[in-house]
Design a protein around this ligand. Sequence first.
Ligand code: ATP
Ligand code: MG
Length: 292
Amino acid sequence: MIEFQNVSKTYPNGTHALYDVSLNIDKGEFVFIVGASGAGKSTFLKLIMHEETATSGEIIINGNKLSKLRRRDVPYLRRHMGIVFQDFRLIEKMTVFDNVAFAMRAVGENTATIKKRVPYVLDLVGLKDKMKNKPNELSGGEQQRVSLARALVNNPEIIIADEPTGNVDPELSHEIIELLNEINSMGTTVLVVTHEHELVREFNQRVVTIDHGKIIGDTKSGRFSAGVSDDYDDDDYTAGYNEYDDEDDFTDDEIIKSYSDLGYDDIDDDLGDSPQYPGNVVIVPDDDDRLD
Ligand SMILES: Nc1ncnc2c1ncn2[C@@H]1O[C@H](COP(=O)(O)OP(=O)(O)OP(=O)(O)O)[C@@H](O)[C@H]1O
Ligand SMILES: [Mg+2]
């Protein structure tokens, strides 16, 4: 389902983030990705979601070579993915409900389905009573869970979660991984970056270890490769809180940015009239399907 063939990534400033990475992830797998801060974990995920492109090598997802992907195909690629961003990327002006509903509206779901599904998914992540709050009224861990709910809501084929446990207490971390594990057992492929080594051991799944841009370990059943240190500096993992924009400064560009993060960036210029596109795309939510 996901194949990396000798993939390297060098950022424009010359930073070599990944070197000659090759691996396969099959449909239905659960993979933990571990490694120190700066190792290349987020870069690895960003290449899969085509937020960054490889400098060399090939990435193949569901049989499609990403090097050959046209700009207008990106929304279709991302539609199969539920993404939990390390920095959450919630829309500050929208309520928790709308932040999650937004992902459903983007794929043309009807109001009745949205009204049923969003509270269900928010309940799964323990946030049903915060539905009407705005992100800046939530703790970091709560925002992280909104981001998780948004990733789950459309039942994607692949869930890509960049440190979904980075801002929550140990008990909640456990619940989040448990939830991802349950979703995986129903057939969804799950990739999770985490620094919670206890959980990695406990959940007994494949562990890919990245170090200085290289895969230095790929083991089954929750085992770490020899020489992988558990010794992380916690300061590396507390980043990720959004900087809040003043509501008055809020622009449509921010909504469009979020829209594009979810994979719908080319709707206006390329797909607007396409008969293949399911339903109407509503960038700003209609009042009638907000919760009152
Ligand atoms: N947009 C960028 N431009 C230049 N360098 C970048 C960019 N993004 C990441 N890097 C660099 O690439 C390397 C890998 O970064 P990456 O974000 O993939 O690490 P990470 O393993 O996710 O780290 P963390 O655990 O801190 O999130 C680091 O040296 C980082 O500074
Ligand atoms: Mg990262």
